[in-house]
Design a protein around this ligand. Sequence first.
Ligand code: C2E
Ligand code: MG
Ligand code: MG
Ligand code: MG
Length: 291
Amino acid sequence: RVKERGRGNYGFYQPQMNAGLLSRMQLEHAMRQALANGRLAVHYQPQVCIQTGHVTGAEALMRWTDPEFGVVSPSVFIPLAEESGYIVTLGAWVLEQSVLEAVRWMQAGYPIKLSVNVSALEFRQPDFVQRLTRLLEAEGLPPTLLELELTETILLQDAQEMALRLKALADLGVGLVIDDFGTGYSSLAYLKKLPIHKLKIDQSFVRGLPGDEEDRAIVGAIVNMGRALRIEVVAEGVETEAQRAALAQMQCHHYQGFLCAPGLAAEAFRRLLVTQGVDVPANLPAPPRGG
Ligand code: C2E
Ligand code: MG
Ligand code: MG
Ligand code: MG
């Protein structure tokens, strides 16, 4: 991942990390312990229809609370796990946990979409599609209720093999989302070649709404492009009503952000589904090309 992922910055002070400066070896060791000892959790952040305010889906976000270090932010431990390769183990765990949870939503009468972040290294595992297919079958989650959040980075290496993999997933019915859209280095050409279903506008472009003219221009352009290409658009990091209203005016479809809720523990998220109400995502037409 390109954004905010400078190498070797694990020693930076994070307000959430009580221990302050930690070596990457200490963190790496603690991370493996955390999974073994049940200190990792998956939280769920609602994705909301901008018009109705109803929940249409949720993003699974990993959480680590350590007795020694306190809350360790994913922006600290995910890059570390990506560099060491441990993300493959962590990612498989998150997929399993969250698919089980999505089956519970479905069984409770809330068939909303589950959105899961997948790192490049996970996606490049030769058996990724096969393992995912098996998991969905074993747990009974329809592939159409799952989306994978990928970054443009994935498309930079092995583009042909990755394109085949994306097509296999799209054929299965799994939704494909470009996360942090606008912050990567790849060209836009992939949008017409690949079966991409959704773009997530990075929060760095949402922050300045409604006042910042440049952010308005960028977000407006992404929403219009999405409409023309029949790709859904989600804005992330929406914190204020004024931001939501600006996005509604630009006819952005969905938002995610503290304005509705942060990532919530599974139980709290289930309660929110009941109080907030859900819109079952409409079956959008397949993307025009590539799919
Ligand atoms: P992301 O996928 O772009 O996730 C969105 C991040 O924005 C989350 O940070 C979320 O808590 C935060 N956020 C949501 N709404 C708001 C808002 O209104 N204001 C602000 N300021 N922030 C908001 P989080 O949970 O710290 O995760 C950071 C990144 O770590 C994620 O960015 C994703 O790249 C990665 N990550 C988290 N969980 C996983 C996972 O299970 N697997 C993988 N591969 N990566 C993960
Ligand atoms: Mg994401
Ligand atoms: Mg994102
Ligand atoms: Mg982001």
